[in-house]
Design a binder for this molecule. Structure first.
Ligand code: F6R
Length: 625
């Protein structure tokens, strides 16, 4: 979703802002803008453009036409008001006394708007952000604090108390050259210190934007305010007390966020899965005298706490929810603990029953998804222990959960998740096997066999990737189809959900996942000539049943693709095209079967000439509810 970049230092700000914004393009946006202040003339130049960042680059000669060493920039994903240059950020008050960029939503903006109009303010955009800019302006004007900085801090604090909703803000005050302010509530914000030729400070809503300039960052927490100049950084809480906050070193570098010779980030990330899954699993598997054991102590979750778990809730959105659906089955089968997958966006609204002994596992790549964060907070309020399975280190969900099991996927840039999905799954297999071992629901031999199978997964994912040319051929053939069904039972239904989501989000082809046995209860009426049905059949005991459902679809004119492990060759009698994946423990088959489905979606999107990494209307990190 929206991205923020700010810079104050010795270099010209505009090229740095544009470069930083380009690193955040993957998050999804529909317009962009920058505000840069020229120290000589005290003038703040604001330039905004609808559409891709290249438009803004053209308008500013890649930033060269806008002079000044202090500025803020933004990529906007429209929520309030259509995508347009007018509604793009920065937003500002009269004579640019206050200029802001904002991520998040000001929920009470209507009420603020009305009260500001009564005070004589006029609005020129449809955005919620403009209300925050003008409110800040009014508080700044009203303040009688002795210095401009104290006036600014007081105004920001008052504004934070008055607005409801979520925000990460970058702020310039017209009468304060060389000073940049920032504030946050429920929307991520980091500040990096730059040394050498870039000396100064950078502000951003996400790590990739600063990696070209520094790896030393401070995470701004909720209800904190930062004041940045070329040399200084001060951070305050909402009571105005100055805080000492540590700089942390970002482990991954800018190269990890590059395409590495692949045409798209998505393809690069699909190929990173063996490495990412290995990095997530291996450090948590230890050799001991009696065999291998799973050690989750890095998460902060003790064996004692895990032993007491009587019910597991797996909460997430989109693909993270699909991981929860698969993990639910694995946990129930192995540990014999009741487990449920919950859509974070629905969870709060049905007043969930959270009994003692429940462990809530919140799954999120970004660690910033608003609904997942809200579900986590609800669980915490109700005294339920929480474990986050998160990729982005230091993200809100990671910081607020009682324990965090990081997935070591590295930065995921493509909007459609692939390697984060696979590593979330791997992390939850570890939880399932560990729980089972602690509860004694599996014996030592089974535990050892499962761990060995986990360690073999990266190499098997590698082998699943090897079949990509056939999939590309099939995808080219199918690129014009209009409807696709993905069907399967049990774990295969969970895989189908993910396969269907991958396809629809990046190819814009209508697709649905259906529990195979449910097809004949309604949706089979949609099957006709030209509909593609993908049957997922990785579970030996369900194989024959899913194949029967495929036969039913074929009789109604469907074109069939089967997805099954090597050895299940009987499927060829029914389907038109088969994809085989290496054999593994049936409970872990999701990790292999998902790979061809990712590739299918990728190749169909390419064949249709679409923007694979940045599909329309979607954002990488969904920070609004
Ligand atoms: C689909 C996709 C989304 C995310 C969902 C949750 O490819 O990426 O469905 O899985 O928006 O995001 P995180 O994992 O960041 O909470």
């Amino acid at each position: 979703m929206c991205g923020i970049v700010g810079y104050v230092g010795v270099r010209q700000a505009a090229p740095i802002l544009l470069d930083g914004l380009s690193r955040l393009e993957y998050r999804g946006y529909d317009s962009a803008g920058i505000a840069v202040r020229d120290e000589q003339s005290a003038h703040i130049e604001v330039v905004k453009a609808k559409g891709r960042l290249t438009n803004l680059m053209q308008m500013t000669d890649s930033g060269r036409a806008v002079s000044g060493t202090c500025g803020i920039g933004h990529t906007r994903w429209a929520t309030h008001g259509e995508p347009s240059a007018l509604n793009a950020h920065p937003h500002y008050s009269k004579e640019k006394r206050v200029v802001i960029v904002h991520n998040g939503i000001i929920e009470n903006y209507q009420e603020l708007r009305e009260s500001l109009v009564r005070k004589g303010y006029t609005f020129s955009t449809q955005t919620d952000t403009e209300a925050a800019a003008l409110l800040l302006d009014s508080y700044y004007a009203e303040s009688s604090a002795p210095s401009p900085r104290e006036r600014a801090l007081e105004a920001i604090r008052r504004m934070m108390i008055r607005v409801r909703g979520s925000y990460a803000l970058g702020i310039l005050f017209g009468d304060q050259p060389g000073v940049l302010y920032a504030a946050r509530k429920d929307s991520p914000l980091i500040i990096g210190r730059c040394e050498g030729e870039n000396e100064g400070h950078v502000l951003a809503s996400d790590v990739p934007a600063v990696l070209g300039y520094t790896r030393r960052v401070v995470y701004i927490d909720n209800l904190e305010i930062a004041c940045l100049t070329r040399e200084e950084l001060h951070i305050y809480n909402i009571d105005g007390e100055e805080l000492e906050k540590p700089f942390v070193e970002i482990r991954w570098d800018a190269a990890a966020a590059e395409k590495d010779g692949f045409e798209h980030f998505m393809m690069k990330e699909i190929h990173e899965q063996p490495r990412a899954v290995r990095d997530t699993l291996s450090p948590r598997i230890r050799e001991e005298e009696g065999g291998r054991v799973i050690d989750l102590s890095d998460s902060g979750m003790t064996d004692e706490a895990l032993s007491g778990v009587r019910r597991v809730l797996l909460i997430g959105c989109g693909s993270a929810y699909h991981v929860g659906m698969a993990a639910r089955t694995v946990i129930e089968q192995l540990a014999r603990v009741p487990a449920d997958a919950e859509l974070a966006s629905e969870f709060r609204y049905r007043s969930p029953i959270l009994e003692e002994g429940t462990l809530a596992i919140v799954i999120s790549q970004s660690g910033e998804t608003a609904d997942s964060l809200a579900a986590l907070r609800l669980c915490r309020e109700r005294g339920v222990p929480t474990l986050a399975v998160v990729n982005v280190v230091g993200s809100s969900i990671a910081r607020e959960a009682d324990a965090v099991l990081y997935t070591w996927a590295g930065p995921e840039i493509s909007v459609a998740t692939t390697k984060a999905y696979s590593t979330q799954l791997a992390a939850l297999y570890l939880v399932a096997v560990k729980l089972a071992a602690l509860r004694g629901s599996i014996d030592d031999a089974r535990e050892q066999a499962l761990i060995a199978e986990l360690l073999a997964l990266p190499e098997k994912i590698e082998r699943a990737l090897a079949d990509k040319e056939r999939l590309q051929w099939f995808a080219n053939k199918m690129a014009a189809c209009r409807d696709v069904f993905f069907i399967g039972r049990g774990l295969d239904y969970a895989i189908s959900m993910e396969g269907s989501l991958k396809l629809k989000e990046i190819s814009y082809i209508h697709s649905e996942a259906y529990a195979a046995g449910e097809l004949k209860h309604g949706a089979i009426s949609l099957i006709e000539d030209g509909v593609l049905v993908v049957g997922v059949a990785t579970q030996p005991e369900l194989f024959a049943k899913t194949v029967s459902n495929l036969t039913e679809a074929r009789s109604r004119g469907a074109y069939l693709m089967g997805l099954t492990p090597y050895g299940q060759y009987a499927i060829e009698d029914t389907v038109n095209f088969t994809v085989y994946v290496p054999r593994t423990e049936a409970l872990f088959a999701t990790s292999l079967a998902v790979v061809p489905l990712q590739l299918l979606a990728y190749y169909i999107s390419c064949a249709r000439g679409l923007d694979v990494d940045k599909p329309r209307n979607l954002a990488k990190s969904v920070t609004v509810e």
